[in-house]
Design a protein around this ligand. Structure first.
Ligand code: XMP
Length: 513
């Protein structure tokens, strides 16, 4: 079945996939295409609308990305965001200049006023906070355009040519900081492009299954299963697509949480899939011994995972495909395209240069965490698996700051188990999206009984987030923190001080390494 399609034309901004997911969230199918895609190809997709993304350039930069002006002759509505807005204005005869005065250059949350007679803002409040990030300024808007949004500093942060269905906004409606931003995107889709909402996660599932079958044929697939949400959903998807050709390999690298290996095995024992558990604690700890640098640790783990999978594949024989539950934030944080490497997620940037499989299959690569959960529900996974908090592939290795030893891993495992137990007992697990303990590499002096101690400081981390790309630190009640602290210091040897991490992402990340 074909769906109405919206094309997100990518000019290299950092929120491009976020735009795509907003469109999906509104029940409309969408594809992200590079701005270099030939116009003929775009036209052949018969889109009902285009969204031009933001990007790092200025329209008058020498090598700034441009569009074929004929795109505006297709009779298809366009929403330009940030750079996309300036590009549209520039291409249609307006004038964009570098903002001279600080007044027209805006970053961050900005009070914005909207003309609610414009379709883009239909039914929304006349005023709200928007997330700005632009250094350029539209000195003159193109003919046919009206000003439909402004801030105190800037008269034209939103422009519209309603006759032709062209809209441009200088701010980012796709980020959570923009109040009613998703409603504006929904208005563009439904009020301007005539969307009917004919797409759902069920469609994604069916398309993904069809694509996997086509790619794999009668080949064999080995899935790297960690028991976390992403790889479990990937397992369910592959099981449905190519069940009998699939082997799920769970590598216990000795850096799992308390009892986790057994729990994963038990969860998957109920399914009719070929499941292999590999006990690889010794070889992982040996490879990691003495290594304290976070990126090196990640790379060692990424490589060792692959070596174990290769060995398992040899035992099965003739396995062409390695499947992973990679999701979009893994890709972006590992540095996609020109984006900076934040940290090498073990399954992306942590991969070794040589991988002895014909191909890697990553059916969740473009999805955000909450979409993955939705897909898991579509696939009929039990709620306890789907709503589990994420656990990173490198496991406790990136929660033990400095070098890793089995003793440190055991200490952290115990402390983390108490933390999770108390959070669940207080019912706080319903409000917090991810929480875990970190064994810092700092030791400090304490007093226990009549004696001096010189032990490790444990940090508690808890965040609320919907997409794990940004996150806020969770406000755990003091009495709960108090109980956790008392229990850990009393029950776990080697820890004499507990601190609570009160940084959001950004500027911190969720994990410490
Ligand atoms: P950060 O620390 O980048 O984490 O804010 C964002 C989310 O990603 C998880 N994470 C990983 N997941 N492999 C994974 O499968 C990794 O290498 C990895 N590193 C971070 C992290 O737990 C959080 O949910």
């Amino acid at each position: 079945m074909s769906h109405q399609t919206v094309i997100v034309l990518d000019f290299g901004g950092q929120y491009n996939q976020l735009i795509a997911r907003r469109v999906r969230e509104c029940g409309v199918y969408c594809e992200v295409k590079p701005y270099t895609t030939p116009l003929e190809q775009l036209r052949a997709m018969a889109p009902i609308g285009f969204i031009f993304t933001g990007g790092p350039s200025s329209v008058y930069d020498e090598n700034a990305p441009h569009v074929d002006a004929a795109i505006f002759e297709l009779g298809v509505p366009v929403l330009g965001i940030c750079y996309g807005c300036q590009l549209m204005a520039h291409t249609l005869g307006g004038q964009v200049t570098a903002a001279q005065a600080d007044t027209a250059r805006e970053y961050g949350k900005t009070e914005t006023y909207y003309d609610t007679s414009c379709k883009l803002f239909k039914g929304l409040p006349e005023q709200g906070v928007s997330w700005m990030s632009h250094g350029d300024y539209m000195a003159r808007v193109p003919e046919g355009f009206a000003l439909v949004g402004h801030t105190d500093a800037c008269p034209n942060v939103a422009i519209a040519d309603e006759k032709r269905g062209f809209y441009g906004v200088q701010y980012h409606p796709e980020v959570n900081h923009t109040q009613h931003g998703v409603d504006m995107i929904r208005n563009f889709l439904y009020e301007v492009c005539g969307a009917v909402g004919d797409w759902s996660m069920g469609d994604y599932k069916n398309t993904a299954i069809r694509d996997i079958r086509k790619k794999v044929g009668d080949g064999k697939v080995l899935l790297a299963l960690s028991g976390g949400v992403d790889s479990s959903v990937a397992a369910a998807l592959l099981a449905e697509a190519v069940g009998s050709q699939l082997t799920c390999v769970f590598v216990d690298h000795g850096l799992m949480r308390l009892n986790e290996g057994d729990e994963v095995e038990a969860a998957f024992a109920r399914w009719d899939i070929h499941f292999v558990r590999v006990d690889a604690e010794t070889r992982f700890l040996l490879k990691l011994a003495g290594e304290a640098e976070p990126e090196r640790k990640r790379k060692i783990i990424g490589e060792e995972f692959i070596r174990v999978f290769e060995e398992e594949a040899k035992k099965i024989g003739r396995v062409d495909y390695l499947a992973q539950g990679t999701i979009y934030p893994d890709v972006i944080e590992s540095g996609a395209g020109d984006a900076a490497v934040i940290k090498s997620h073990h399954n992306v940037g942590g991969l070794p240069d040589y991988v002895d499989f014909k191909e890697i299959i990553e059916p969740l690569r473009m999805l955000f965490k909450d979409e993955v959960r939705q897909l898991g529900r579509e696939l009929g996974l039990p709620e306890y698996l789907v709503s589990r908090q994420p656990f990173p592939g490198p496991g406790l290795a990136i929660r033990i700051i400095g070098d890793i030893t089995k003793e440190k891993a055991d200490t952290l495992r115990q402390a983390d188990a108490i933390y999770r137990e108390e959070i669940a007992r207080a019912g706080e697990d319903q409000n917090i999206n991810q929480y875990f303990a970190v064994l810092t590499n700092t030791r400090s002096v304490g007093v226990m009984g009549d004696g001096r101690t010189y032990d490790y400081t444990l940090a508690l981390r808890a965040v609320t987030t919907s997409d794990f790309m940004t996150a806020d630190w969770a406000r755990i009640p003091y009495d709960v923190l108090d109980r956790i602290s008392t229990r850990i210091v009393n029950e776990v040897g080697g820890i004499n001080r507990i601190v609570y991490d009160i940084t959001s992402k950004p500027p911190a990340t969720i994990e410490w390494e």
